[in-house]
Design a protein around this ligand. Structure first.
Ligand code: SF4
Ligand code: SF4
Length: 314
């Protein structure tokens, strides 16, 4: 399973978390290690998508040092139950020339499931070959248009034809190499800028992905990015318990650990991987206190969560 706040599966799971009493035993305990570890290789991006709150990104931009990434991987290599590892954050992961090396290292450390989300604009044939060879397991490509006009108006600074060709080339190369991974998820986000043409999107990709091999299309929906945008109206009342602190942890490129990927400005810090281990942070006092508070639906002191539509929606 891959945790991503805008995936259908995660949305379903989040909706289950609206009955805190029912899940009380679950909220009392947590796994000894995160089920999903999100590692941001970079928060730089070559796009300026209309719905993305990058204009409110105040955090310093950068790329994770390979030494820090190695430190995390060395720890995971010794973990009994290894997490799913996301190798992206609030940026475009293919801007990172070290990404294939990071994937390779993660695989050699026994990570069974590696995953990235990319806009596909830099997925040129050579890069496709490198990430396939490195052993990436799954890749989601955000493709938020159905023609040149709608795509370019939504994924600003990117080019419909380039991204389309990259995706076609990727599928051809994966077939030539006789590989079935990375499995591909092609995601559409219906919204005003692209005319919300779900049927056109489905017919654009009807014959391309290898559905028998595990490729699929995903229709997502707009969210508020923890307050960075305001697409969904949120009331004052908190109605759900967010299960992220029981399931996943995010590490930003500079090594600071935060509650989840929605916290793109890194304001809900839970630790520092430069000087702490993942296990220490996960089982440490900060995350334990967060779990206690979240379990009581107390999000005071968590500005991103208070503005996150997940905990307000019924
Ligand atoms: S590609 Fe992703 S990170 Fe970059 S601007 Fe678009 S939504 Fe934001
Ligand atoms: S911002 Fe808070 S409430 Fe929203 S998904 Fe992240 S941890 Fe959960």
């Amino acid at each position: 399973m891959i945790l991503n706040a805008r995936d259908r599966v995660t949305r379903g799971l989040l909706s289950l978390a609206r009955t805190p009493l029912l899940y009380y035993p679950y909220y009392r305990y947590h796994l000894p290690y995160p089920f999903v570890l999100l590692i941001e290789n970079t928060n730089c991006c070559n796009a300026r998508c209309v719905m993305c709150p990058r204009d409110t990104l105040t955090r310093k931009r950068g790329f994770m040092e390979f030494g820090l990434f190695e430190k995390i991987m060395n720890e995971l290599a010794g973990a009994r139950r290894k997490p799913v590892v996301h190798l992206h954050g609030f940026g475009e992961p293919l801007l990172d020339p070290l990404l294939p090396e990071r994937i390779r290292l993660a695989k050699s450390c026994g990570i069974e499931h590696t995953y990235i989300v990319t806009n596909g604009s830099l997925l040129f044939p050579e890069t496709s070959r490198k990430i396939i060879d490195a052993g990436l397991d799954r890749m989601k490509i955000s493709f938020y248009g159905t023609d040149e006009e709608s795509y370019n108006a939504t994924m600003r600074r990117l080019d419909f034809k380039v991204a389309l060709q990259n995706i076609k080339d990727f599928m051809r190369i994966r077939k030539e190499l006789k590989k079935r991974t990375p499995k591909l998820i092609l995601q559409y986000l219906p919204q005003e800028a692209n005319g919300a043409r779900i049927k056109e999107f489905q017919s654009l990709w009807r014959s391309l992905p290898d559905k028998n091999g595990g490729d699929c299309l995903n229709i997502s929906s707009l969210d508020n990015f923890g307050g960075g945008r305001s697409y969904n109206i949120v009331g004052e009342k908190i109605v759900s318990v967010c299960f992220y602190p029981w399931t996943a942890m995010s590490v930003l490129w500079d090594g600071s650990a935060v509650t989840c990927c929605m916290d793109y400005n890194g304001v809900q810090n839970v630790g520092d991987v430069n000087c702490q281990s993942i296990e220490e942070i996960w089982n440490g006092p900060v995350l334990s206190a967060i779990r206690r508070n979240f379990g009581k639906r107390d999000y005071s002191g968590f500005p991103t969560c208070r503005n996150c539509d997940w905990v307000h929606r019924r």
